[in-house]
Write a protein that binds this ligand. Structure first.
Ligand code: NAP
Length: 245
């Protein structure tokens, strides 16, 4: 069944930046699908958005569960017939935010981090791509991080030089290369694919030490989700400015 409004699916949307981007997109008049692994938290988030007048639907989606990916495709197909925006937002940071020693990072931590931050968005995007191709001009946003920047990690004068978290940082660097390569694959279509650095934001992941408030943190992803026809693809952005790879 066709949906008049644009439809956006946001993963990890029960709290933090995912919920905020759902709120901002909903306020812009889109239908938002609130992906969350915990049905209670996800339904509560969708209900809170509906109370703000937003057309929000909950979808049970653990991004590490391939059955949930298939169910997500069925849900979108049956309810909307297409997908206009996919925000791969769900993410984890297991290294801790002290300055890391990469040689001490365990295989388990690297594997678990990549399962959520890299393998999951790649697989979910693959599963949803046929529905994104049915949109007039789909947008894919990969929530990355400045901590995935090879350029900044290797520059002693950069603000992140002393912040090394091997598993998180490499997972976001890998996600960035997925952005570049998927944008290349889709360059002759109307689909745009970009990476977002939201800022260091006061969420559970960012902690209260972060300087940026959540509404501001939601802006970069929303901007990339709503890019016009003349907008970029295959880029890495923070508040409208390019971040070095
Ligand atoms: N906050 C920052 O300063 C910052 C900076 C740069 C980049 N980012 C990126 O922005 C994104 C959102 O971060 P945030 O700050 O909003 O973090 P957050 O408050 O910790 O929220 C993370 C979200 O991801 C969900 N999630 C984790 N694993 C999942 C899984 N397997 N399946 C489905 N959902 C899952 C969480 O669900 P549960 O509630 O069930 O755990 C939660 O909804 C992440 O990709 C992060 O790396 C954040």
């Amino acid at each position: 069944m066709a949906n008049e409004k644009k439809v956006a699916l946001i993963t990890g949307a029960n709290k933090g930046l995912g919920l905020e981007m759902a709120r901002q997109l909903g306020q812009a008049g889109l239908t938002v699908v609130v992906g969350a692994r915990d049905p209670q938290k996800g339904e509560a988030a969708a209900e809170a958005l509906r109370k703000q007048g937003i057309d929000a639907r909950f979808l049970k989606l653990d991004v590490t569960n391939r059955h949930d990916h298939a169910a997500a495709a069925r849900f979108v197909e049956q309810n909307f017939g297409r997908l206009d925006i996919l925000i791969n937002n769900a993410g984890i940071a297991l290294d801790g935010f002290n300055s890391g020693a990469p040689s001490t990072t365990t295989d388990e931590v690297i594997q678990q981090t990549f399962d959520t931050n890299f393998f999951a968005p790649v697989a979910l995007t693959r599963t949803l791509l046929p529905l994104l191709k049915k949109s007039e001009a789909a947008r894919i946003v990969n929530m990355s991080s400045i901590l995935g920047s090879l350029t900044l990690h290797s520059d002693p004068s950069s603000p992140i030089y002393d912040f090394k978290h091997l598993s998180y940082d490499t997972s976001k660097a890998a996600l960035n290369l997925f952005t570049i390569q998927l944008a290349y694959e889709l360059k002759d279509t109307k689909i745009k694919v970009n990476s977002a650095h939201p800022g260091w934001v006061k969420t559970d992941m960012g902690t209260n030490a972060a300087p940026m408030e959540i509404p501001e943190g939601g802006k970069t992803g929303v901007f990339l989700a709503l890019l016009g026809e003349d907008g970029p693809t295959g880029g890495f952005f923070h508040l409208g400015k390019r971040v070095p790879w």
